[in-house]
Ligand binder design. Structure first.
Ligand code: C5P
Length: 229
């Protein structure tokens, strides 16, 4: 077994995004999602254990910062976008955050009140920047760009679509239908897809999966086929 501090990740700069984003509607309400941040924090922790210089851009989660990791807390997709781009250049970007795809066009300055006789309320939402796609297309593109996919159906179809559309090197797709896996669970099951191959990981605790994912990342960086060896 390779010593953690002499492995391929030692000394590399790794940027990880994790957790949900919260998109404010007014001073007391927001649109969020069920991402716990556990998978991204586990990836950041595992990369730091291997001697990488890790910056973790964290959405609003109540998780402790892993040892040796530099954490940047953000709330919205716009803030995450800004923090991730500010963290470039880096060697590896791992986008594990569940970034909101849409955000309210404007944040109401005061709490929205229900109106007598008004049975419906329409919120206008606008697209957020696709951080992962932007990082992959950036002039300072990291050597390796890894995305996550949380799908409920046709997982491989959408994951492979993302590989191509976002021009990323690896997509880690959550395998659905595995008991105990998913957003809030401590365990998960992933299938990693790349151009020409795939590898199923878990079900296993997220810490173990994070280390396995980094093994795949390391092999890809050193030119090996991610699925072998
Ligand atoms: O297309 P979809 O949102 O399912 O893709 C998920 C991947 O894209 C994740 O890695 C997520 O972090 C990233 N993403 C992003 N910016 C967005 C939306 C998703 O970086 N606005």
């Amino acid at each position: 077994m390779t010593d953690a501090r002499t492995g391929v990740l030692a000394g590399l700069k790794v940027v990880v995004s994790a957790g949900p984003t919260f998109e404010d509607i007014d001073p007391v309400r927001f649109i969020g999602n069920r991402s716990s941040g556990k998978m991204g924090f586990a990836v950041a922790a595992a990369a730091a254990e291997r001697g990488a210089d890790v910056q973790l851009v964290a959405g609003p989660v109540a998780l402790p910062t892993p040892p040796g990791v530099q954490r940047i807390d953000v709330r919205s997709a716009a803030q995450m976008h800004e923090a991730v781009l500010a963290a470039l250049p880096c060697d590896i970007y791992i986008g594990a955050a569940a970034v909101a795809d849409y955000t309210p066009r404007e944040v109401a300055p005061g709490k929205l009140k229900k109106q007598v006789g008004q049975d419906t309320l329409t919120l206008e939402l606008v697209r957020t920047p696709d951080i992962l796609a932007e990082v992959a297309a950036h002039a300072a593109r990291p050597r390796l760009v890894v995305g996550f996919a949380a799908e409920t159906d046709r997982v491989e179809h959408y994951a492979r679509g993302k590989l191509a559309a976002k021009r990323v090197d690896l997509i880690a797709a959550n395998r659905v239908g595995v008991p105990g896996s998913g957003f809030e669970s401590d365990d998960n099951a992933l299938t990693i897809y790349w151009d020409g191959g795939e590898r199923a990981l878990g079900p296993a605790p997220k810490g173990e999966l994070a280390r396995d994912l980094l093994d795949v990342v390391g092999r890809r960086l050193t030119g090996g086929a991610p699925g072998h060896g």
